[in-house]
Design a protein around this ligand. Structure first.
Ligand code: ATP
Length: 238
């Protein structure tokens, strides 16, 4: 176990199947308070299935998920959110015909009854403040990703799970988005980052797990994985 701080989220021996197709096999991982942990894996490795299990969107066949030491396995998504953990989904799921401000105001914070001040959120993302009255559907890809993250923060979570935030973004925007993720972490937010953008994700993370065909095959400090020849060859094409 490499985690230094007390685990905030812990997954133990998780098995997930869709009908007869098992997609996660004995997956165990933990995220310490204050960490950024990256989950890396190729297409179809099972990353989204794992994220969906955390948020009660699919029911594991066996295993457990604990948040602050308390089992949350299989509870309803809004109850997971109430514990202080928010999902920024892969497809961002914004309301395109509503403004930036309306998207922030209509975020899932209502499930927690614990809403951030919009001014605090705009202080973190000044580019969104400048676009407060712009329709979300007209924002650039990077701005939409920022808005999706900002909306999750409206619930004042202690942890967020980011499902492939760099998907579809230009290299420059990937840097902007992941740099903001790192600043949020420096401000105390615990983050599980699901990514295919290996180099940059490892650069901003404390630790990482590698998921291959539904199994965790490696785990370690991100700085060490970045130097590992096998990882560089398999994931960085170096
Ligand atoms: P990607 O990076 O392409 O999004 P992923 O690592 O997130 O991939 P998953 O989406 O979790 O992987 O998919 C893992 C496996 O589970 C795949 O073989 C996929 O076809 C299968 N799968 C995912 N969702 C379902 C479902 N609802 N019903 C049946 N099979 C599914």
């Amino acid at each position: 176990m490499l985690t230094q701080n007390a685990p905030l989220l812990e997954i133990r021996q998780l098995n997930v199947s869709y009908a007869n197709l098992q997609v996660l096999w004995d997956v165990s991982l933990s995220i310490g308070e204050g960490e950024i942990v990256t989950l890396l894996g190729a297409n179809g490795a099972g990353k989204t299935s794992l994220v969906q299990s955390i948020f009660g969107l699919n029911k594991p066949r066996s295993g457990s998920i604990l948040f602050r030491g308390k089992a949350i396995t299989g509870i309803a998504p809004y109850d997971v959110v109430r514990q202080g953990i928010m999902l920024v989904p892969e497809k961002r799921e914004l309301f395109p015909k509503m403004t930036v401000r309306e998207n922030l105001m209509l975020g899932s914070y209502s499930h927690t009854g614990n809403m951030a001040d919009i001014g605090e959120i705009y202080a973190l993302f000044p580019a969104l403040q400048e676009r407060t009255d712009q329709l979300a559907g007209t924002l650039s890809g990077g701005e939409q990703q920022m808005l999706a993250i900002a909306r999750a923060l409206m619930a004042r979570p202690s942890m967020i799970v980011l499902d492939e935030p760099s998907l579809g973004l230009s290299p420059l925007l990937v840097t902007t988005v992941l740099d903001s993720v790192q600043s949020l972490n420096k401000g105390g937010l615990t983050i599980l980052l699901v990514e295919q953008n290996v180099q940059h994700a490892l650069e901003i993370s404390h630790r990482a797990y590698i998921l291959e065909n539904g199994r965790i095959t490696r785990e370690g400090f991100a700085s060490e994985l970045l130097k590992d020849d096998q990882i560089r060859e398999a994931y960085l094409g170096l």
